[in-house]
Design a protein around this ligand. Structure first.
Ligand code: MN
Length: 202
């Protein structure tokens, strides 16, 4: 058993004009694919670990993975998992505002949807180098916004990620160059709130 690259749930040009076709082709077909290849490679010497799900492997900072392979699995397993989420919480004909219980939770936690957006954009802008800006649910069911470095993921610390923005340069550089803020603000036109609401309810 090995992990595979999931197909994109929409065509490569479906997120235009906010995310361009070439960025999506390279990001999914090359970057994401490389993480999948490399996590499989890192697990090659460990047949027992190959029976685990990605979530099981990543739990508690990959405590089940021997130290010799741990950083490779944190980086490439995290890279695989995080991108799997990133593609499905975006989509064409999305955007707008969240509804249902999630909308209530956002209001009671952050005061308003606008404030949530500001906080996620700010977390993404403050992340030096490469990383991710997250909306996650804690074990107690509380919403949190924060960023992580490289491919570190809230699931490594027992939280449930429900929405994410990739803030590695490869996610936006071809179209936005140094204007990370423009990319971070454009993403909200693509947010698949139905998917995010489903993950919040789980
Ligand atoms: Mn990426």
């Amino acid at each position: 058993m090995s992990f595979t690259l999931p197909a994109l749930p929409y065509p490569h040009d479906a997120l235009e004009p906010y995310i361009d076709k070439m960025t999506l082709e390279i990001h999914h077909g090359k970057h994401h694919n490389t993480y999948v290849t490399n996590v499989n490679k890192a697990l090659e010497p460990y047949p027992e670990l190959q029976k685990l799900t990605l979530e099981e492997l990543l739990a508690n900072w990959c405590e089940k993975v021997p130290e010799a392979a741990r950083q490779a699995v944190i980086g490439n397993g995290g890279g695989t998992w995080n991108h799997n989420l990133y593609w499905v919480v975006m989509g064409p004909k999305c955007g707008g505002e969240p509804g249902g219980k999630l909308a209530q939770a956002i209001k009671s936690t952050f005061g308003s949807f606008a404030t949530l957006k500001e906080k996620m954009v700010e977390a993404g802008l403050k992340r030096l180098g490469s990383g991710w800006s997250w909306l996650a649910k804690t074990k107690e069911g509380k919403l949190e916004v924060y960023s992580t470095l490289n491919h570190d993921s809230p699931i490594m610390e027992g939280k449930t990620p429900i929405f994410v923005i990739d803030v590695w340069e490869h996610a936006y550089y071809l179209k936005y160059q140094n204007r990370r803020a423009d990319y971070l603000n454009a993403i909200w036109n693509l947010t698949n709130w139905k998917e995010v609401e489903k993950r919040y309810a789980q």
